[in-house]
Design a binder for this molecule. Structure first.
Ligand code: BGC
Length: 395
């Protein structure tokens, strides 16, 4: 329907009379989706054309957080966080139900980010994010998790999606194979990741395989095996056309380009040239290329605004003193990096600090971890406020 000027004005007036959240809702719905099927060219940087969408789930978490802040200037800054694009984590079969509502307000020039995260024996080297599927439940992963997601993304062919595939899984196979839980999980991880990228290889989807971070696969001994592990998954997935490359620093803390790097003066620094994420991407990407895998990256800058907080590079849980980092942008200054993105929704916990909990991991009890912290994925208001106060650039 083409709006005449008067109907448009009447519509605007009605919208103005509504409470503000409803007004935003109306505005977003008016713009929703494209009028025809989206085709993403994964040989190009799709983030140049599409903005990472500020999804309604994170928006709701942030809006609830704002209500709890009494300081009005802090509350005003907090409200701005709701407009930042983040990825929505599909971390259980039940949470597949989040996709439909999240799709409903994505305008045609935005891309909805999803994290695919439910492998059997998930988080094999830690406890905080152990998942619902047990080692061996690979057929459930395929039929009850990946297949329904594929169906939904096919049904929404007019919407663009960016997927981060299974954070930590392949990196764990490279460096934690000596842990029984990881060696037991290995075949399911490899089979599951290959199945995921083969079946999610849809025209409206672009995919990035998680590659840990510079302090993980960046060690001299890990670079080549890491690239091989990812490239094998790509091949076993049938060289999917929509796979663009890799994701780094997911839920991580590393600086993009601090030099010298945060851990450059550590005694073992000579064994790792990838002291920041830029060096890591620029070092890892050529290895992927020679192994035959597409090699463009996205880098999580959601919580890397403050450095110098971790005792050790491997400290991953709710780092105390952290701040929000650079907002999502395709302006990265590095041809290999498509975009800085927010993959981990800042304010959601990395793991519980309650030492009596089943999923308590000692990393979440370390001196440099924020306490108290709730179960992984659960909102932590105090942590959110800290990220906001320490944000760099500020809100
Ligand atoms: C948790 C997930 C959560 C994600 C994003 C992970 O550490 O295990 O349940 O969805 O973080 O907050």
């Amino acid at each position: 329907m083409k709006l005449t000027q008067s109907t448009a004005l009447a519509f605007a007036a009605t919208a103005l009379a509504l409470p503000s959240s409803t007004t935003k809702e109306v505005a977003r719905k008016v713009n929703a989706a494209c009028s025809s099927a989206v085709t993403l060219d994964a040989s190009t940087n799709v983030f140049k054309k599409y903005t990472l969408h500020a999804n309604s789930f994170y928006r709701a978490e942030v809006e609830a957080a704002v209500k709890q802040i009494s300081d009005s200037s802090l509350a005003a800054s907090a409200a701005k966080v709701a407009d930042v694009g983040t990825f929505l984590w599909i971390d259980t079969i039940a949470n597949i139900a989040k996709i439909e509502p999240a799709v409903s307000d994505v305008p045609c020039d935005h891309i909805l980010g999803l994290v695919i995260y439910d492998l059997p024996g998930r988080d094999c080297a830690a406890k905080a994010s152990n998942g619902e599927l047990k080692v061996g439940e690979i057929s459930r992963y395929k039929t009850e998790y990946i297949d329904p997601i594929v169906k939904i993304l096919k049904n929404h062919s007019n919407t663009a999606f960016a997927l981060v595939i299974e954070p930590d899984s392949l990196p764990n196979l490279v460096t934690n194979a000596d842990k029984t839980a990881c060696s037991d999980s290995a075949s399911g991880y490899r089979d599951g990741v290959a199945y995921a990228i083969k079946n999610l290889n849809l025209p409206n989807v672009v995919m990035y395989l998680d590659a840990g971070h510079g302090g993980w696969l960046g060690w001299d001994d890990n670079l080549k095996p890491g690239a091989q592990e990812l490239a094998n998954a790509y091949k076993n997935g049938g060289n999917p056309k929509q796979l663009r490359g890799f994701a780094t620093n997911t839920a991580g803390w590393n600086s993009w380009d601090q030099s010298p790097g945060e851990f450059a003066s550590a005694s073992d620094a000579k064994y790792n040239k990838c002291q920041n994420e830029k060096i890591y991407v620029d070092t890892f990407a050529p290895l992927l290329k020679s192994d035959g895998m597409p090699n463009h990256a996205i880098v999580d800058t959601g919580r890397n605004g403050v450095t110098g907080l971790r005792k050790e590079w491997g400290d991953w849980c709710n780092v105390n003193g952290a701040g929000f980092g650079v907002r999502p942008t395709a302006d990265t200054g590095d041809d290999l990096v498509d975009a800085f993105v927010w993959i981990k929704p800042g304010g959601e916990s990395d793991g519980t600090s309650d030492s009596s909990a089943d999923r308590y991991d000692s990393f979440c009890g370390k001196d440099d971890a924020f306490k108290p912290s709730p179960e992984a994925g659960t909102w932590n208001q105090a942590y959110f406020e800290m990220l906001l106060k320490n944000a760099k650039p500020p809100f």
